[in-house]
Design a protein around this ligand. Structure first.
Ligand SMILES: Cc1ncc(COP(=O)(O)O)c(C=O)c1O
Length: 451
């Protein structure tokens, strides 16, 4: 271990969302990846229980995606898409529109989830203005929502830690309550029974307070991933849709983690049978092999921009140097083919009941407070150590990595699992078996030993 650290200078990389000082004392390094496994720098195979960061849905270094990127780099490394174009940008948009819910067929590309959020919020505000309804400037998000780290995203997001250091962010933003209710819904399999009425708050609290005619958009993750797998209660998203329709408010689904088969369907919108006005995606869009994000928009929103802007003028003053980057487009097109050819969305749907049973087999183990699951997503909430929030789950994370060769993700004291969609039954057993073994040891770990 000492030799490895001595050889690598870890001083200069300021790591994101990481306890830098702690990490650099004992780095957890991944040096290669293939299918369901990473390899660590000490040569161990690490079973990936998190698809990287909810993103490598087809598994790591898929040969078809790798080949597409290599070929594209040789043929055309970069081309601008401001007043210029390259064919793969249009092919990629067409391919994405083809799997999006009906009616959502115009695509704005960006480079990650955070940019997709800020793009969508700007689109929503500009859309209303273009329609001559410029009073609609308010945005409504949700507590414990994660919408990336741009100023728009942290404003509509609902995570105190991501907001508190950065001032007032955007004005005119309000938040719905999140629907997690462990007292009523603990250990529910799939969608929770209780809590759909929380969606009525949109009408009875938010719109009553702000006046519906001032609200531009409501943005939610259909399933809240980053803050610990918070599932929408049965009927909740349908209610949000109905209220937004009633008052002419745009409904935006942030599907950065739920897109591309996580719930066994192309999008969570398909799973829930609720079609929003915009879908945001990233991550699984390119299997994470090259960064890319996208906003998929209802056609009439696009048409509104086309009709409102003067002939020959730019319709939307927004875009990135790397919008529809050729390497990202090539990766994206290959990824869509892999999803289709290997029927990965169907595979995820078929594997979900086994995954659910394996997840709930941990019920009753020490400190397990709740288990929540849907598709190939699972949250295992642990009792926190008084005065040491996050310590217990982080201890499980460390032990899974070092002792079991299993990568899990934790947020607070919640373990969040989202394996690649290629996971098989033996790997599901190995994943939950490892977590179970470590949880059993928790009883004997002196609390003082947990950082
Ligand atoms: C729902 C959601 N939105 C947005 C983001 C931000 O994506 P990125 O990290 O690619 O900017 C994430 C990242 O996890 C996410 O889960």
């Amino acid at each position: 271990m000492k030799d490895r650290i001595a050889m690598l200078n870890t001083e200069h990389f300021w790591m994101p969302f990481t306890a830098n000082r702690q990490f650099k004392e004992k780095p957890r390094m991944l040096v290669s990846g293939e299918g369901m496994y990473y390899t660590s720098d000490d040569g161990r195979k690490i079973l990936d229980g998190t698809a990287g960061l909810w993103c490598s849905n087809a598994g790591h270094s898929h040969p078809k995606i790798v080949a597409a990127i290599q070929q594209q780099a040789v043929q055309l490394d970069y081309a601008p898409v401001f007043q210029m174009g390259h064919p793969k940008a249009f092919e990629a948009a067409t391919a994405l529109a083809a799997i999006a819910p009906e009616g959502l067929n115009r695509v704005f590309f960006c480079n990650d989830g955070s940019e997709s959020v800020d793009t969508a919020l700007k689109l929503a505000l500009a859309y209303h203005r273009m329609r001559g309804d410029g009073l609609r400037t308010r945005l409504i998000g949700r507590e414990r929502g994660y919408h990336g780290v741009g100023f728009g995203g942290i404003a509509v997001g609902g995570i105190a830690g991501n907001r508190k250091h950065f001032g007032p962010t955007l004005p005119g933003v309000d938040h719905l309550r999140h629907p997690l209710d462990i007292a009523k819904n603990a250990f529910s399999r799939g969608l929770p029974e209780h809590g759909a009425a929380l969606a009525d708050e949109l009408e009875h609290r938010m719109l009553a307070l702000h006046d519906p005619t001032t609200v531009a958009a409501v943005i939610v993750e259909p399933l809240q991933g980053s803050t610990g797998v918070i599932l929408p209660p049965k009927g909740y998203l349908q209610k949000l849709r109905a209220i937004c329709d009633k008052y002419g408010i745009l409904l935006i689904f942030d599907e950065v983690i739920t897109g591309f088969g996580r719930l066994g369907t192309p999008f969570a919108a398909d799973f829930f049978g609720v079609v929003p006005d915009m879908i945001l995606c990233a991550k699984g869009l390119t299997n994470a092999a090259v960064p890319m994000g996208a906003v998929i928009v209802r056609q009439d929103i696009y048409d509104t921009f086309m009709q409102a802007a003067p002939e020959g003028m730019i319709e939307f003053f927004h875009g990135y140097t790397y919008t529809a980057h050729p390497l990202a487009c090539a990766a994206m097109l290959a990824t869509m083919e892999v999803y289709r050819e290997e029927q990965l969305f169907e595979r995820a749907a078929a594997m979900s009941p086994y995954f659910e049973d394996a997840a709930h087999s941990l019920k009753g183990l020490p400190f397990v407070k709740d288990i929540r699951n849907l598709g190939l997503v699972c949250g295992i909430e642990l009792e926190s150590i008084p005065g040491k929030p996050t310590a217990r789950a982080f201890d499980v994370f460390q032990k899974c990595f070092w002792d079991k060769g299993v990568l899990i993700r934790t947020t607070g004291d919640i373990i969040a699992l989202s394996p690649p969609l290629i996971i098989d039954k033996a790997q599901i057993d190995a994943l939950f078996g490892a977590i179970g073994d470590i949880l059993k040891q928790q009883k004997t770990v002196p609390e003082a030993a947990l950082a």
